[in-house]
Design a protein around this ligand. Sequence first.
Ligand code: SAM
Length: 284
Amino acid sequence: MQPAVRAELAAATAELAAAGVASARVDAELLLAHVLGCSRSRLLISDGLGPGEAGRFRQLVSRRAAGTPLQHLTGVAPFRHLELAVGPGVFIPRPETELLVELAAPWLTPGATVVDLGAGSGAIALSVAQEFPVTRVIAVERSEQALEWLRRNAEVRQAAGDLAVEVLAGDITDPGLLTELTGSVAVVLANPPYVPESIRAGLPAELAHDPAEALFAGTDGLALMPALAGLAARLLRPGGLLGIEHDETHAQAVSGLLTDAGWTNVAGRPDLTGRPRFTIAVRA
Ligand SMILES: C[S@@+](CC[C@H](N)C(=O)[O-])C[C@H]1O[C@@H](n2cnc3c(N)ncnc32)[C@H](O)[C@@H]1O
């Protein structure tokens, strides 16, 4: 690695670590790669920093140290095989959600219609459209701001040759949502807001960069679950799959709610660290 690049990275890593950024070195490398317009691995063979680039890099490092999410500084968030455009107004996709797509894989087959409820940047819907031989993918989102990011990402992926994702401005609690698809959908996936309002004050400051309506769902975080389960029950065809991401403290509540509503084969699924973060259920 070029000495100037090595020195910039060392200083940035120290600044970020001192500010409590857990992945200080990785963040420093990703910010520098962003400034230099190259991939992280190309930093090893980069020619060094041109005029203005060191200043720009240091500015971004300071903003990161002050708590701005890395993804808002680079403008992109990785998710499975995608790089999604993100910024203020849309939820930053989290790596654990990648597993929700994986859990649905056996149902993501030719002929399948898939609905992503609360689609945000489009992480789930666009991954399904990119990776699986399904027939139709519909991404439903309520927030006007999030819809702008979603439409932008969907256009980019369609232009790249993926199956076109249909973006729908809609509300999960609307009883008239997608009535034309009643009983015909193969898979409903959702990573809804699920943070209890009651813990809002104690949350890490960085979460303030995600829109509140992407995070919070009533005092207990479960406010949207009954509407979501009801909508999925109406949309899914017999044998269809519902997959929900939720807080690890909600596993019992979510499976109880689904079982009480008549769902069969309700099962919890852990994330990669063993926490019960997903519930899947099959429509009888
Ligand atoms: C936790 S974010 C998940 C976004 C995306 N699916 C992901 O995993 O990155 C929840 C999303 O649901 C949307 N949302 C919240 N309430 C909604 C509702 N009633 N109807 C439709 N979307 C809603 C929010 O705007 C937000 O984009």
